[in-house]
Design a protein around this ligand. Sequence first.
Ligand SMILES: CC(C)(COP(=O)(O)OP(=O)(O)OC[C@H]1O[C@@H](n2cnc3c(N)ncnc32)[C@H](O)[C@@H]1OP(=O)(O)O)[C@@H](O)C(=O)NCCC(=O)NCCS
Length: 177
Amino acid sequence: MIRPITPDDTDALIALSDATGLFGSKELEELVEVLSDYFGGNIDRDHFWITDDDDGLVGVAYYAPAPMTDGTWYLYLIAVRPDCQGQGRGTAMLRYVEQALTARGERVLLVETSGMESFERTRAFYRKCGYDEEARIRDYYKAGDDKIVYRKVLAAPVLVVNNDTEALANASSNPIS
Ligand SMILES: CC(C)(COP(=O)(O)OP(=O)(O)OC[C@H]1O[C@@H](n2cnc3c(N)ncnc32)[C@H](O)[C@@H]1OP(=O)(O)O)[C@@H](O)C(=O)NCCC(=O)NCCS
């Protein structure tokens, strides 16, 4: 079940994040602080953490608005426990995020990842989920390690009228790429 996280999830979230191998020990410590701020209400309320709970936490995602934009959001983190990868869980969490944002009338979701060969499966995941490579910043993370920005335009809600489908008013300003 995909659901928002609660304070009781903290230890399991840290263990899950550790298991993904994406975080070093310093970053895990920062994550503890971020979660503490989140649960303490010290972070903008438009920041969201969700988890995939299947008799224990097996996935996590974190998304928040891109500063100084109108309706553009970042997926800052998505990860699935290694022994549960490749079962559709990452796709389901990403769909959950997209649907939550679309329901709020948000426009664009961005996600960044590395251009290194070792991240090819991660990039394939985003492409399969409908994300297009929008930008590449060469040598961003370190020399030879580019940052790639993927972008997806969030679909406008559809209104059914007389057996016909008609996009809601905001659709015209939100073309689907
Ligand atoms: C990337 C990630 C979130 C995808 O979630 P997932 O549940 O494994 O992916 P899904 O089952 O929904 O989708 C499967 C597709 O994702 C891609 N994929 C990426 N990493 C994969 C992995 N470790 N195992 C299986 N598929 C993976 C493949 O293209 C796969 O399609 P295929 O089965 O046709 O080869 C997850 O694999 C993960 O946590 N990886 C490590 C952390 C990471 O890279 N996070 C992104 C940070 S930038």
